[in-house]
Design a protein around this ligand. Structure first.
Ligand code: F6P
Length: 328
């Protein structure tokens, strides 16, 4: 199977970390070993390539990491890699380390960098989608999303306990700069009274309508899940406007924040990462490049970087209907 051109693959994690990245690194390293090629780890993403922060990785280097959150290679968002000068330095280190191809585990920003780098210098690259946001086209799920979702659900369940005890209303902000996947699914799973996401152009009146309906039916406590990228002004403003309209409500705000990015990956994320790491290595050996490996309808698929970045997985309208029906 091995393409004779590829003797060494470099692997990095880039952008925001996501639980399951370690499982993906392990998979890349062991797939390389299986196919008799070398693997080098680039630490701190593209910045590590610029700074020549490169380490040899063998099957034992990745022992006992499949269950760990974060990334042993560390990660970064590199402003220097955005410059041509930075990318030239990075390419020199690709040559000096005899790296023939790259696997980049990250999100859309990381794939944009990979696409530009491959265009300029021709280093074959395959991406592996690692981001909690689930906002990458070409895969049903991104690595880290399932774990983040479950972390959010666990936290919101706890908030429900205290909200119920005090008859309070909570605005809970979950992550998702441009995408409402975490908000919509965690909101349904935790029985939220309303869910505000960037994909749906919510109006404050819709929120008030839902709250008034709940009030009429005798609801004493409420949880409103808000995606951080939602456009009505953020959780604090929403809480303020709501208090002005309903002074009788005792309102609190909780921002879950980076807690959603940490923790042990779920089984789904570990399996997804394991499949995609092997898929990326074997894709490179088969001559694929400038694509992202993903799983769609349980099949390994490769999507050109430009499509993975530009297109978007649509929010499931049926899920929005489910949320609306159940918020009574
Ligand atoms: O893309 C993943 C993500 O966690 C987003 O949901 C969030 O908006 C962003 O990263 C936060 O980035 P940072 O960790 O750099 O603050």
């Amino acid at each position: 199977m091995a393409d004779k051109q590829i003797h060494t693959i470099g692997v990095m994690t880039s952008g925001g970390d996501a639980p399951g990245m370690n499982a993906a690194i392990r998979s890349v390293v062991r797939a390389c070993n299986f196919h008799g090629i070398n693997c080098k780890g680039i630490r701190l993403g593209y910045q590590g390539l610029i700074d020549n922060n490169v380490v040899e990785l063998g099957p034992r280097s990745v022992s006992n990491i499949i269950n760990r959150g974060g990334t042993i290679l560390k990660t970064a968002r590199s402003p220097e890699f955005i410059t041509e000068e930075g990318r030239k330095k990075a390419f020199q280190n690709v040559i000096d380390n005899d790296i023939d191809a790259l696997v980049v585990i990250g999100g859309d920003g990381s794939f944009t960098g990979a696409m530009i780098f491959e265009k300029e210098f021709g280093t074959p690259t395959i991406g592996v989608p690692g981001t909690i946001d689930n906002d990458i086209f070409g895969t049903d799920f991104t690595i880290g999303y399932d774990t983040a979702l479950n972390t959010a659900v666990e936290a919101i369940d706890k908030i429900r306990d205290t909200a119920t005890s005090h008859n309070r209303m909570f605005f809970v902000e979950v992550m998702g700069r441009d995408a409402g996947f975490i908000a919509l699914n965690s909101g349904i799973a935790t029985g939220a009274q309303d869910i505000l996401i960037p994909e749906r152009k919510d109006e404050i009146d819709d929120l008030f309508g839902t709250l008034s309906r709940g009030e009429r039916s005798g609801k004493l406590s409420n949880i409103i899940v808000v995606a951080e990228g939602e456009e009505l002004g953020g959780v604090y403003d929403l809480a303020k406007f709501t208090k002005m309209k309903y002074p009788q409500y005792d309102i609190r705000v909780t921002v879950l924040g980076h807690i959603q990015r940490g923790g042990d990956p779920t089984c789904s994320d570990r399996v997804l990462a394991s499949r995609l790491g092997i898929g990326a290595v074997e894709g490179l050996l088969e001559g694929k490049r400038n694509v992202m490996a993903g799983i769609r309808s349980n099949n390994l698929m490769f999507t050109p970087f430009n499509e993975a970045i530009q297109k978007h997985n649509e929010i499931d309208q049926e899920l929005i209907r489910v949320a609306d029906i159940l918020a009574r």
